[in-house]
Design a protein around this ligand. Structure first.
Ligand SMILES: CC(C)(COP(=O)(O)OP(=O)(O)OC[C@H]1O[C@@H](n2cnc3c(N)ncnc32)[C@H](O)[C@@H]1OP(=O)(O)O)[C@@H](O)C(=O)NCCC(=O)NCCS
Length: 205
């Protein structure tokens, strides 16, 4: 069970001056094979936040990719003061042709509900940025559902606004479940580009 005081949630503790406590003591490190049980539990909860019921086979497959040194997929793990994992940031590094350097895509970000709004996601992203600067990556980038207000507020108040690109996705195979979770995407689409019928809408993550 995570033991991180919430900074601004409904159960936030305040000091004598009525101020929220400082950012919780959180450690962020690269995931190791020993994190398997905790990461599996967090990953399954992450899937449920996006109405994706990740199967054990799917979950095991992701974890194997993370643990395989030759694979690009990696994960940071955030632990609370007691060393209990409370969140993760999955990412992969790839060659970015336009910038002739390495770029990092933040694939998945999740913080346990009891540990939220105590600065953990901020620490995870900060750590990724520190890694990137030390490894001379040219950029760190990611996507978010337009409708994901907490995530967008986090990104846009602490880090960066949208970069102006629009993502296009055509699913070709795989057990992809479709939903209309991001139906607001039509808002920014000029009428002449509106399809007669949209066959799929991507589900995040
Ligand atoms: C989005 C998520 C990762 C944020 O994690 P977190 O550890 O609570 O984030 P932080 O504590 O670092 O938040 C920093 C800031 O983000 C914003 N924020 C975070 N949660 C928020 C919420 N529920 N409502 C409004 N703003 C919120 C606030 O500006 C906050 O600063 P404040 O606490 O000083 O007000 C977490 O809510 C989560 O795991 N959600 C489910 C999975 C998900 O949506 N992942 C992102 C996919 S793109």
């Amino acid at each position: 069970m995570p033991r991180v005081a919430s900074r601004s949630g409904p159960d936030a503790q305040k000091n004598a001056c009525g101020e929220p406590p400082p950012v919780a003591i959180v450690r962020v490190r690269v995931a190791t094979p020993y994190d398997a049980p905790a990461w599996h539990a967090l990953w399954k909860e992450y899937g449920r936040t996006a109405s994706r019921d990740f199967t054990d086979a799917h979950t095991n497959s992701v974890w194997q990719h993370i643990c395989e040194p030759s694979e690009p997929l990696k994960s940071l793990i955030a632990t609370d003061a007691a060393g209990v994992p409370v969140g993760f940031a999955g990412f992969h590094v790839h060659y970015d042709a336009c910038n002739d350097g390495l770029a990092c895509h933040l694939d998945d970000l999740y913080v346990h509900p009891l540990a939220r709004q105590s600065g953990i996601a901020t620490r995870l992203i900060d750590t990724l940025l520190e890694m990137g600067r030390s490894k001379e990556w040219v950029k760190v980038y990611w996507v978010a559902l337009r409708t994901n207000v907490p995530a967008r507020r986090l990104y846009e108040t602490r880090f960066v606004g949208p970069d102006g690109y629009i993502r296009y996705t055509i699913f070709l195979a795989g057990p992809v479940k479709h939903s209309v979770a991001d139906s607001t995407s039509a808002i920014t689409r000029p009428p002449e580009l509106m399809p007669a019928a949209s066959p799929v809408a991507a589900v995040e993550p």
